[in-house]
Design a protein around this ligand. Sequence first.
Ligand code: LMR
Length: 397
Amino acid sequence: MFERLERMPDDPILGLMAAFRADPDTRKVDLGVGVYRNDKGETPVLDAVRKAEAAVLARQTSKTYVAPAGNAGFNQAMEKLVFGEGHPTVKANRVRTIQAPGGCGALRVGAELIRAAYPDAVVHVSTPTWANHVPLLTGSGIKLERYPYYDSATGGVNFSAMMEGLEKLQKGAIVLLHASCHNPTGADLSDQQWRDILALVQRRGLVPYIDMAYQGLGTGIAEDAFGPRLFAAELPEVLVAVSCSKNFGLYRERTGALHVINQTTTGADAILTQLVRIARTIYSMPPDHGAAIVHEILTNDALRGSWTDEVGTMRARIARLRTAAVAQLAKAAPQEDFSFIARQHGMFSFLGVDKDQVRELREKHHVYMTDDSRINIAGLKDDNIAYFADAVAQVVK
Ligand code: LMR
């Protein structure tokens, strides 16, 4: 039976992790997978996480099942983190939340929910979007189409083209938006642009599906949630998939949540039963450990304070590296304009070089990035920025 199956190509992002690890060159620079790194190039366990983890383990008396929707305290704490204290839609009891195995698990559960409601649903994603959105969403059987987003000439959002694209969508079409720190471009929507999209979504009867994987790493914990908070307040139906991988540094613990907003509380109750059914048919229940840690952090003032500081440190380091990268690139390749990197947010930017140049950077200079030239800014360090900039200068000359 299995002879019929062919070997799959490497994952465009995760495949790079293995290639980087196997490279013995000491100058190698990993700008591939989207993992935060500190000045030493490490991804340490956050202090708040270590303390919360110790408290969780000391208190834990059983490993019995929690619940198909996961840890109820975590779900509630996530609603407050994502939508803010006292959000009117949360207060009106119109939000239902299910803990999910990471942002990927949340995105997939959301896709399955959409398909259950609407088997011919089409989800529209930005051009470009995170590589894994495609298999994650289409794996549920829903169709995927694209709307214009990134403007490579400016490094920003081509907002008029985006609005024109969205304007043409049919009522009920689902639009996937990145809350902040757009992956892979780093080009984010301004608050006013979120407001303009809201008006269009209301006028055209579209359904937003927001992916928030980097809350706190762009401009701030509240600032990065501007879009989800606004949409949740103003629209009858919204889905928000959230990841705790990056902002809590819980990558391998697979911690995330899916929030679904419905027009009525009875409708919301029905949706929760659907979410639980979907989870049961895929993985039954989400893993507990990461969610227990996040719950502990978000409900303990001291831990929450220390986590907020640590997220602030990550955000500040990324912003500082963006400015430093622009300065070094300007020195090494003055004929090219990389200033857009400093105007973008989060871990990613498109360098804007072609596939062959990406290969040359990897093979000749041991600088790793995905084929589309996405770089993880957090992979840079004070002692490798100049090396990186010189390597780029050599391939673009
Ligand atoms: C990335 O975009 O590199 C991260 O979100 C990791 C992943 O799973 O792709």
